[in-house]
Design a protein around this ligand. Structure first.
Ligand code: AQP
Length: 332
């Protein structure tokens, strides 16, 4: 049986896309009902690429408001800002000493981001997976609900946990990635072979959570499809159409099979409009709620302060155990 603790996070590194929402935040809603969930705003991860400090601060609060607007309930889960819990960085340091440089060099995201930020291949970029392992292991996490692109990082967190446990004795729960069958990889609207990414240079490639109705409809109208005419889920041959079916299903709560039935015999134009409408309809209440919460600064501050306190307590327990295992003097 699955253990009960869940950890996940999103970086406040840019405007969130519907890929982040469908692949990750949306799936947290059910988990908060019956699991002990920790959901962070990963601002320490965000600075592995250059950020404007004022913008990072603003985006962190906007991400918190978005979490709440999507339906995360601070009474049911722990919502906090990563940098407010210093144990993340402290545990990372210890885990660095059981992680090999070669392993980090092989990480897909490191290679990808090094290529995209060739003028800033900093140590943090390389160490990102170790910080992520620290995030996860700090809470004795059982399940990590993430999109497919993060599978490799959860694997390395498992390897690090097992290695540490073997060397120092049972310390960490060995976590497991929870990847949803549907929506784990939302593709770019302009290139179905690539994932939808908030830092894509082409503004038509991704739909942001804050895009207004007109923008959403326009982006879907321009979405790349194929030269055929059949609306069918077949990712290998019909990447664009399959991606749109996945998005439609995610925003309407239908299965992909039901979505296929809805559009049997219909044209691509009509289909793209319907997908755009479903997404715009789904985003509208979230956007309104996000704007409302952002006005309530004191409430937001209170939620994050309470979240940081809860996370801190849990994190301190694990870190103290780790320090004992590795032989750090703790004033005893
Ligand atoms: N396209 C996607 N489809 C499904 N899930 C996705 N996630 C990201 N993109 C997709 C999931 O969102 C969570 C948070 O990711 P993150 O904040 O670490 O951002 P990222 O993975 O770095 O996403 P981006 O949008 O691609 O950012 P940039 O462009 O800065 O690299 C994770 O669970 C992730 O799997």
């Amino acid at each position: 049986m699955d253990g009960n603790t869940v950890y996940s996070a999103v970086q406040p590194s840019g405007n969130l896309t519907i890929g982040n929402y469908v692949g990750s935040i949306r799936n947290w809603l059910a988990l908060q009902e019956d699991h002990n969930c920790f959901f962070a705003m990963a601002n320490m991860h965000a600075i592995t690429v250059r950020q404007d400090p004022a913008e990072l601060r603003r985006r962190t609060l906007e991400l918190a408001a978005l979490y709440l607007a999507c339906g995360l309930d601070p009474e049911k889960c722990t919502l906090y800002v990563q940098s407010q819990v210093p144990q993340h960085a402290e545990l990372m340091w210890v885990l660095n000493t059981v992680t090999y440089v070669g392993e980090m060099e092989r990480m897909t995201q490191f290679k990808d981001k090094s290529a995209r930020h060739a003028d800033n291949i900093n140590m943090g970029l390389m160490d990102y997976p170790v910080l992520m392992a620290a995030d996860i292991l700090l809470y004795q996490t059982d399940l990590v609900p993430v999109g497919q692109d993060q599978t490799q990082h959860v694997e390395i967190a498992r390897d690090i946990a097992v290695r540490f446990n073997n060397r120092f004795g049972e310390t960490f729960t060995v976590p497991r990635a929870l990847i949803m069958k549907q929506g784990a990889k939302i593709a770019s609207l302009q290139d179905p072979a690539r994932k939808m990414s908030k830092s894509d240079e082409n503004p038509n490639a991704c739909v942001f959570m804050t895009d207004d109705r007109e923008t959403v409809l326009r982006k879907f109208k321009r979405a790349v499809t194929d030269s055929g005419s059949e609306i069918r889920f077949a990712p290998a041959e019909k990447g664009g159409i399959s991606n749109l079916l996945t998005i439609y299903a995610a925003f309407t709560g239908k299965t992909v099979e039901e979505a296929e039935k809805d559009f049997a015999g219909k044209g691509y134009g009509e289909f793209k409009l319907a997908v755009g409408e479903a997404v715009a309809d789904g985003l509208a209440p979230i956007q309104a709620e996000r704007a409302r919460i952002l006005q309530e600064k004191e409430y937001l501050r209170g939620v994050l302060a309470a979240g940081a306190e809860r996370a801190f307590k849990a994190a301190r327990k694990t870190l103290s155990k780790v320090y004992r295992k590795v032989g750090f003097y703790q004033g005893e």
